[in-house]
Design a binder for this molecule. Sequence first.
Ligand SMILES: Cc1ncc(COP(=O)(O)O)c(C=O)c1O
Length: 174
Amino acid sequence: MVVLDETYVDFAEENALALALKHPHVIVARTFSKAYSLCFQRVGYFVGHPELIAALHKIRDSYNVNGLGQIAAAATLDDLPYYRANFRKIIATREWLSRELTKLGFRVFPSQTNFILVRPPLFPAKEWLQKLRQRKILVRWFNDPAVRDYLRISIGTPAEATALTAAARKTLAG
Ligand SMILES: Cc1ncc(COP(=O)(O)O)c(C=O)c1O
């Protein structure tokens, strides 16, 4: 069995849906939580071979995704042009922010999602977290050896990205 988590697929250049449709041992998992802004409903779905889907039906909780969640998820499909425009905006903001932070000395890892992982210059990442918070910018830092030197920054609006770069510039200037 291969399970492909495509939570961030709408912000990516590629997807592997064709593999799930072709190979009976491949299943793709997707969610309405990110690109469709429905994380408060937790609606997701699998795409895979009918036998695999039937097996999942057997083992899943007896209660389905709640009804309002299903209605909300189905409603997003009536307005795909709106959501597609939104994905494009987020991708454009992600690429802009990545370029601007690179210019300021941040190491920015390539992203196919709605967030970026960066290694900030001059101060440890944990200090950046505090310094940005003092300027009312909230980013995430995880106290784990693998990612302690990095910040995780969610992509918001262009105005939020601009505010972040301004705050970073001021932080660097002292
Ligand atoms: C990689 C990944 N998979 C799955 C999920 C969970 O999605 P859902 O909100 O549908 O439970 C998330 C949400 O943060 C995620 O980042």
